[in-house]
Write a protein that binds this ligand. Sequence first.
Ligand SMILES: [Mn+2]
Length: 307
Amino acid sequence: MSVNVVGHSSPDTDSVAGAIAYAHYLKSTGTDAVACAQSATLNPETTLVLKKFGLATPQVFTDAGGKDVALVDFSDIAQAPANIGKANIVAIVDHHKIGDITTNSPIFFYAQPVGCTCTVLYEMYTTNKVALPKNIAGAMLAAILSDTVNFKSPTCTPADKTAVAALKGVSGVSDTDGLFMDMLKAKSAVDGVPIKDLLFRDYKDFDMGGKKVGIGQLELATLDQVAKMRNDLYKAVAALKADGRHTVLFMLTDVVKEGTDLMVASDDPALIEKAFKGKLSGQSMWIDGMMSRKKQAVPPLQKAFGA
Ligand SMILES: [Mn+2]
């Protein structure tokens, strides 16, 4: 039985490139593996990256029951395929806080506090002298640029920059700024996209002190892109909150201005204001410098929720 290598739900470029890179690594080191994703529909940025580097879309994988599974880019049950509790998890490679997935046997578990899972995988390839194909190197490079917002995110570390410098050579990509702008344009295209797809483009549910909290993020070249659809976006956020959640936050991140307009639907808006030391004006508040859900949205919220 081959190992199904899969990233988190609502897959992003790191989850997909990471699954491809780790599946190839496993195969190269003697373990049969197949790259998977939890959705047949990938976001526009990831679609562009796969096309640019000539990589196949990973196999759709939504039920882990009874399967051999390796996880990349997450270790939270809330972000896993169905029946993860009945799966045989053989490995986890990640760069997030350790989640709530547990195993019955010892496994390969490797996490580093760096900006991207593909940075961790790059280090594994290098340390173990596993040959890295040109096209996979390109996708890993794209994933690091995406997760670190072209090195601007506070999650970015020297290890991410080192990996990009090396992956440029392997992939033959010389203009990483150009690649990042192409990805940003694909990612931030909103015209004609259904509101619900925008909300779920990069969305995760979390358990915070027993409360279900959803956080979506939409990275934009400018907030003007969503000016005309703010009311519809908020309606979708409020409807998602009404569906069994204490809070839903939607981060409208202006990548160029380096800040986030945070849309809030919550049973306790004052708690959210306190968490981010902000003041809601209507349904949202501007938080200067906020670029990262993982590093700048989740930790203050966990603290506020006492999680
Ligand atoms: Mn990641």
